[in-house]
Design a protein around this ligand. Structure first.
Ligand SMILES: Nc1nc2c(c(=O)[nH]1)N[C@H]1C(S)=C(S)[C@@H](COP(=O)(O)O)O[C@H]1N2
Ligand SMILES: [Mo]
Length: 203
């Protein structure tokens, strides 16, 4: 029997409606990294929430695993024009991370997410709360593989995928919107796939 992915088929109306402008659906999971995959051992892993330069809370891997976990099924959209529907994630909602840090609400309007590889990316704090984002530790029911950001990555599925920092090491709350790695190199400060906010000057 021969099976084939839906790339060769006409997308259903539902799939077409869920594909933002300029994007094409894929069933594989491409890997896109600015540099080599860092080795992050669970013994060395930690996650920090900072307010400006000041650490507000830090978790070891074991402590992080004790936080409430949630699952997410979401469509993801990479600025290189692939989109992937119904990806399944498990992790800790940013809402639950803030609550565990003793913060009732985001302390500043913006966030810079940092990765163990030195990567960073900016996201408005409002886009990380109200169930819209998580620190994911599992993909499709299995621990997140190193190439996709394991042990843990930020997941902000409603923005282009470069905002979902892999090998995430912490979230830094900032008063001003501070460009991260790709934003300093010409990419959009917000990155809404439905408005095609790919490059800095896109409206
Ligand atoms: N730490 C870190 N996070 C990163 C990147 C990176 O180079 N380093 N690349 C970004 C880009 S451009 C994309 S499209 C996605 C790719 O995630 P994937 O490799 O799991 O598809 O991760 C984003 N997060
Ligand atoms: Mo990307």
């Amino acid at each position: 029997m021969v099976t084939r992915g839906f790339e060769g088929r006409r997308p259903t109306p539902d799939m077409a409606l869920r594909t933002p402008p300029g994007q094409a659906l894929t069933t594989d999971f491409p890997v896109l990294s600015a540099g080599p995959t860092p080795t992050v051992r669970l013994e060395d892993w930690s996650f920090v929430v900072k307010i400006g330069p000041r650490p507000a809370a830090t978790w070891s891997w074991r402590e992080f695993q004790a936080l409430p976990h949630s699952t997410f099924t979401r469509d993801i959209h990479c600025v290189t024009t692939w989109s992937k529907l119904d990806t399944e994630w498990e992790g800790v909602l940013i809402d639950d991370i803030l609550a565990a840090a003793g913060l009732e609400a985001p302390p500043t309007p913006f966030v810079l997410a940092h990765g163990f590889d030195g990567y960073s990316t900016n996201v408005p704090a409002a886009d990380l709360v109200s169930g819209r984002a998580m620190v994911a530790t599992k993909y499709a029911g299995a621990p997140l593989t190193p190439d996709h950001g394991g042990p843990a990555r930020l997941l902000v599925p409603h923005l282009y995928f470069w905002k979902s920092a892999k090998w995430v090491s912490g979230l830094q709350f900032t008063e001003t919107d501070t460009a991260g790695f790709w934003e300093l190199r010409g990419y959009h400060m917000y990155g809404d796939p439905w408005r095609e906010q790919r490059y800095h000057d896109d409206p």
